[in-house]
Design a protein around this ligand. Structure first.
Ligand code: ADP
Length: 257
């Protein structure tokens, strides 16, 4: 299976930590030079430095993906330093969502759509011309267990991730004609700072509904991202690939609220 990414440049949004970081590391292990974006400058720089130890070029570029101007500047820096982007992974995300009936969470629809949908759109817009020019590219969007059937008590997150799935399907149809494959990876719950914050009751409910009985390691999600980025998956387009251990969605992850 050809997973070689030598000579390719990958940009991974929100890759200062968690599944984004693990994905950037795996892409680098397969030979790609990587652009480590994060809204948090310190973790972006730190991750880039660690990845350079793997023997590839890596730069940390802080930017808020929901800000068009910041994304444009980020892609300009990336292109100047590492060449045009061949692989874009839209991973940056926020976990801030709560019940529809709780007014405290009214503003979370805007936040979730800004980061997950518009963040992915901004990044895709900025890299797409280069991909069209070379007639080849890979865009991988992070959807979620939330696009399996919704997950209760987090409508803003559900809506944002379903909209990103819609963008994936639609752009796959249009951009496939240009040689650009657009797919989604849909993780379930993984060992990241989000799940670290879950109460025992929430963790138990999730694991009771997971055939494998455990959370994913970020590296297990990263392996699938690397596959979707690689030549080995060149005939995969418009697909949402689930990496959730067969997780059954739960109807409330806010048992502790
Ligand atoms: P996950 O469980 O998905 O791995 P994390 O919270 O560990 O989630 O990682 C998400 C990353 O996305 C964080 O490093 C966070 O700083 C980053 N991030 C959040 N919002 C933005 C944004 N607007 N622009 C860029 N990066 C962001």
């Amino acid at each position: 299976m050809d997973c070689d990414l030598t000579g390719k440049t990958a940009l991974v949004s929100g890759s200062g930590r968690g599944m984004g970081r693990a994905s950037a590391e795996e892409l680098a292990r397969n030979g790609a030079d990587v652009v480590i974006n994060d809204i948090d400058e310190a973790v972006a720089e730190e991750t880039a430095a660690d990845i350079r130890d793997l023997g590839v070029d890596a730069i940390g570029v802080p930017a808020d993906v929901s800000d068009e101007a910041e994304v444009a500047a980020m892609v300009e820096t990336a292109t100047d330093e590492l060449g045009s982007v061949d692989v874009l992974v839209n991973n940056a995300g926020v976990g801030d969502a709560g019940p529809f009936l709780d007014e405290e969470y009214d503003g979370t629809f805007e936040l979730n759509l800004d980061v997950h949908l518009y963040g992915a759109l901004n990044c895709t817009r900025e890299v797409v011309d280069g991909m069209v020019e070379q007639g080849y590219g890979k865009v991988i969007n992070f959807t979620s267990i939330h696009t399996k059937n919704g997950v209760g008590m987090s409508p803003a997150y559900d809506v944002a991730k379903y909209s990103l799935l819609g963008l994936t399907k639609s752009l796959a149809l249009e951009l496939g004609r240009e040689g650009i494959r657009v797919n989604a990876v849909a993780p379930g719950w993984a060992n990241t700072r989000l799940t670290e914050g879950f109460s025992d009751a929430v963790t138990e409910q999730i694991l009771d509904n997971n055939p494998l009985g455990r959370f994913a390691e970020p590296e297990e999600v990263a392996d699938v991202v690397a596959f979707l980025a690689a030549p080995a998956s060149d005939y995969v387009n418009g697909h949402e690939l689930r990496v959730d251990g067969g997780q059954v969605p739960i109807d409330s992850w806010r048992l502790d609220s």
